[in-house]
Design a protein around this ligand. Structure first.
Ligand SMILES: [Zn+2]
Length: 117
């Protein structure tokens, strides 16, 4: 399995992603909170609902990505990293390069995307 040889490098990248996401989540949370606090006064206009939705969406996306990274690190700990969570086949190394936390092989990803659509 080629993926096993590459795991240490990808693990390093995942750990970096985890640290960066933590910082970004904190920043996004702080930004959405301070935006609300700043616009909380009666004389001030309220935060644009669309802007608020975008801020929350950003936090959600980052949190989601952070969960994927944590799950990938768990799989490394359990020696199942690089194995598709759906079919048990090998995840293509190119996919892992592009998106280290990806839990699925290309074929299963297409199927899952089709189900969501
Ligand atoms: Zn698969």
């Amino acid at each position: 399995m080629a993926n096993i040889e590459r795991t240490p490098l990808l693990q390093t990248r995942l750990l970096e992603m985890r640290d960066r996401l933590q910082v970004e989540i904190e920043a996004a949370n702080a930004a959405s909170k301070s935006a609300m606090a700043l616009t909380g006064g009666p004389a001030q206009p309220r935060m644009d609902p669309q802007q608020k939705a975008l801020a929350l969406l950003a936090v959600q996306k980052l949190t989601n990505q952070s969960r994927r990274v944590a799950a990938a690190l768990d799989r490394i700990a359990q020696s199942s990293y690089g194995v598709c969570c759906e079919c048990g086949g090998e995840v293509e190394s190119g996919r892992l390069d592009t998106d280290p936390p990806t839990p699925f092989c290309a074929e299963c990803q297409v199927d899952l995307d089709a189900q969501k659509a």
